[in-house]
Write a protein that binds this ligand. Structure first.
Ligand SMILES: [Zn+2]
Length: 138
């Protein structure tokens, strides 16, 4: 696996392995692009039912599976109080820093919606953890 610049994969207190910064990512600055195999959402749903989720939705039709061709960003764990956010734009998924992220910090985003069931428990440990990874639909 070829990691994106400034990233390292280590054991995470949140869940399995996580993605950690090895350099300072300043507030609002791009961290990396999510890379992976391009698959249909139907295929994403099938894969998500069989193994740990490393898949990221791109749009209504397509998803990216970082388990194949990922650059480390697919290890970014969910947190209800994240230090980064994900933005999909013109067929690309980019991660940006929500605040200054120091070397050694685990990078986290709020997944909001995943291919997992809505009752998938969250273990992020944040003070304001909402209890589930998916945001409740209104
Ligand atoms: Zn949480």
């Amino acid at each position: 696996m070829k990691l994106a610049h400034g990233l390292a994969i280590k054991e995470s207190p949140i869940n399995g392995k996580g993605c950690f910064a090895t350099i300072l990512f300043p507030h609002r600055r791009k961290i990396a692009e999510y890379t992976g195999e391009r698959i249909t959402n139907a295929e994403a749903r099938r894969r998500a039912s069989r193994r740990k989720l490393r898949i990221c939705g791109l749009d209504e039709r397509w998803s990216l599976d970082g388990a194949r061709g990922g650059n480390g960003t697919h290890y970014i764990n969910h947190s209800c109080q994240p230090n980064a956010f994900m933005m999909s734009t013109r067929g690309h998924i980019l991660f940006f820093a929500l605040r200054d992220i120091q070397p050694g910090e685990e990078i986290t985003v709020d997944y909001q919606v995943t291919w997992h069931d809505d009752d998938k428990r969250c273990t992020c440990g944040a003070e304001k953890c909402r209890g589930t990874i998916n945001k409740k639909q209104k």
